[in-house]
Design a protein around this ligand. Sequence first.
Ligand code: FNR
Length: 367
Amino acid sequence: RMPPLAACYNLMDFEAVARQVMKKTAWAYYSSGADDELTMRENHAAFHKIWFRPRVLVDVEHVDLTTTMLGTKCSIPFYVTATALGKLGHPEGEVVLTKAAKEHNVIQMIPTLASCSFDEIVDAKQGDQVQWLQLYVNKDREITRKIIEHAEKRGCKGLFITVDAPQLGRREKDMRSKFSDAGSDVQSGDGSVDRSQGAARAISSFIDPGLSWKDIPWFLSITKMPIILKGVQCVEDVLRAVEAGVHGVVLSNHGGRQLETARSGIEVLAEVMPALRERGWDKRIEVFVDGGVRRATDIIKALCLGAKGVGIGRPFLFAMSSYGLDGVNRAMQLLKDEMEMNMRLIGAQRVEDLNPSLLDIKALLGG
Ligand code: FNR
């Protein structure tokens, strides 16, 4: 039986409900990670190696969660990251996330492989709502150019180029579920769909494994949207991204769905920020993190380490699949409530007050 929405008190609760009520193929696609799912689990577990050093006697009567990401003001420092195939979980697909993002004044990143068309998702936005585009780069660069130009024309405020997926990882749960009819409305780039390998592999054959640093100037030359590399995983590549002139990076391992035993984004962040600060480069790019963010304490930890914001994926898919729009709205509200309380308890009035001195990361660095 379906528990009432009010019985979901945190983001993990939505996952437990989704596991019970979702169609098996959809659950397999959303919940799976690569291989033994070590990285997927580590993404969340890594936050548990960071402890707080709260400050007391700070006036926290009024707490302000608002922040700015890539020039857009938002109500809380998380965004809805790109996750493909929204209609596997809910008949209306990604537009459900669009509506919740509007309600809570957070940014939505639109996936290349959305179930709804790009225009449907843009049409669903209201007022001055802001969306970003996640881009899988097609081997045919003219197709990619058209996608980018169209996104800019339709008002997208950021281009997130996924760089951690020259080939899709092996998500064995998903492969076993033998993706069949559920995603049949999804078009692959060249029209050919091999359904024997699970949903992910079936739709990703158009992605260009030849994409390299040499391509970055071309992207910068064809759009005014800020360009962010999604899926950067070490300090060397962050420094290279700065030199390449991009506007941001997402430290991410794709929710543990790509390279198995890749490090968590939060661990990479702890390596990256000191190196950027040392060079005085920390203001030259915006650094985002995703993977395993389930609690406001996770968001706060990422911000203390220097992230501009965090992406959240699966929890909103599970909330959407279980309870539709009401579910996603509640999930976002729970995060806001948690964050307001935890800002008070840590002794921080505003997002700008979050800094490394509020953390003890010995356990994270020590292994
Ligand atoms: C993703 N992710 C992803 N990333 C991307 O760049 N393009 C994509 O099409 C997808 N699709 C996708 C589908 C599903 C079902 C999941 C769970 C994830 C990765 C996503 O943007 C993000 O990196 C992770 O989801 C973050 O981890 P959490 O919050 O899901 O733990």
